[in-house]
Design a protein around this ligand. Structure first.
Ligand code: GLV
Ligand code: MN
Ligand code: MN
Length: 393
């Protein structure tokens, strides 16, 4: 399975993945998922939000145990973030069948659409829609960098967007969701190959629009300029400093400049802030401070600053009894994480847990992301143990 997925959507130039919602690499990943389901005699379903499901047992029966993750990537992402969870799910099912496991509940493997939000700016669109956290109306307004609306992108990819929205009945039939994921940090680096998630830091994305005035780079006197690049640059530095002081995180990883010419002062700089903290109060205060710093600097530069919150995920404390049950069963440590996941979205609606597989360097959202094969196999065994415990009593 790993070898089949490895070339899909991989850039020869960077070695990273460009599997974005509804693009051709995403379509190849989806075709692969469907084939895996059919090869195993599972019932394949595409839900109203474009999430893919592979069912063992009756999809309409209550109390299902669900596992899975996502197949899309960040720009130039690694091979493991997402696909490790989906591949491990199919591998765990194969292991359980080899063990002769007797299932007493339906089991499903899911591939959630657009987890990374690389194309439309909001992460976990598939699971957010299903959980009713993102409304159909808001989703219809989302646009990619070319201005194409989400429903139009879905339609172009051959999917019907008319029914997107909350999927209460489906979620109500799920008894537990367990997502396996590569660790995106180094908590496990010196320890065991598999850990259990305790909590996800609250996090969000904010777009700063710095409005200045386009002008000639060679003829405009310094004192006559209204250069938004200055305000942007100062905001980036100030965000970093304030985040460090707050024990939190602030990252500007994406920027767009208009008109984007070397010999023109920019008219507009758009910078996207990703910020995360251990608690919501710290996060809210940090973003407010960064906004204040941007506005003050904008005043000095003659630049108008506008702030838009594009997405937000409150703190996630995974289901206590389920977390403890998994940690005991696997004799595994419980770890917090600053990374967002579909499991974090679903945790508000159903008992949810996560397993992390050791990442020796901790590097993620990069082509250098890695996990050793032996650790991945330990992850499969751990997931099989968990699914057997939950779905076979
Ligand atoms: C997803 O991986 C995120 O944490 O942004
Ligand atoms: Mn990710
Ligand atoms: Mn992920």
């Amino acid at each position: 399975m790993w070898a089949e997925l490895l070339p899909v959507g991989r850039s020869a130039a960077s070695g990273g993945y460009r599997r974005f919602a509804w693009n051709s690499a995403d379509a190849e990943c989806r075709a692969w998922f469907e084939q895996q389901a059919r090869d195993r005699g599972l019932t394949y379903e595409l839900d109203r939000n474009g999430n893919q499901w592979a069912w063992l047992g009756d999809p309409a029966a209550p109390g299902a145990v669900v596992t899975g993750s996502h197949l899309d990537s960040v720009p130039d992402g690694g091979a493991y973030d997402g696909p490790l969870g989906v591949v491990s799910s199919f591998a765990a099912l194969d292991e359980l069948r080899a063990r002769g496991a007797q299932f007493t509940r339906p089991l499903a493997i899911v591939n959630f659409g657009d987890e990374e939000g690389a194309r439309f700016g909001v992460a976990c669109i598939g699971s957010r829609l299903s959980a009713g956290v993102l409304s159909r109306e808001a989703a219809y307004e989302l646009r990619d960098a070319d201005g194409l609306r989400l429903p139009d992108a879905m339609e172009r990819a051959g999917y019907d967007p008319t029914a997107i929205g909350a999927d209460d009945d489906r979620l109500a039939r799920i008894g537990a969701f367990v997502e396996l994921h590569v660790e995106q940090g180094r908590c496990l680096a010196e320890g065991q190959p598999v850990g259990v998630a305790g909590a996800i830091w609250p996090h969000g994305r904010w777009r700063f629009d710095f409005h200045g005035e386009a002008n000639h780079a060679g003829t405009t006197r310094i004192e006559d300029r209204r250069d938004p690049m200055l305000t942007y640059a100062n905001t980036v530095l100030s965000a970093r400093k304030k985040a460090k002081l707050a024990g939190a995180l602030a990252t500007f990883g994406k920027v767009a400049v208009e008109p984007n010419g070397t010999n023109a002062i920019a008219s507009l700089v758009r910078g996207w802030l990703d910020s995360r903290a251990a608690d919501e109060r710290t996060l809210t205060e940090l973003v407010a401070e960064i906004e204040r710093a941007a506005a003050e600097r904008g005043e000095r530069d003659g630049v108008r600053v506008e702030l838009t919150r594009e997405s937000y995920t409150p703190v996630v404390d995974f289901d206590g009894p389920l977390r403890d049950r998994l940690a005991k069963l696997l004799d595994a440590p419980v770890l917090p994480t600053g990374a967002g996941h579909d499991a974090g979205i679903l945790a508000s609606a159903i008992p949810t847990a996560m397993l992390f597989v050791r990442n020796p360097t901790g590097v993620s959202h990069s082509p250098a992301e890695h996990a050793e094969e032996a650790d991945c196999l330990a992850g499969v065994t751990a997931l099989a143990d968990v699914l057997e415990d939950l779905a076979c009593q």
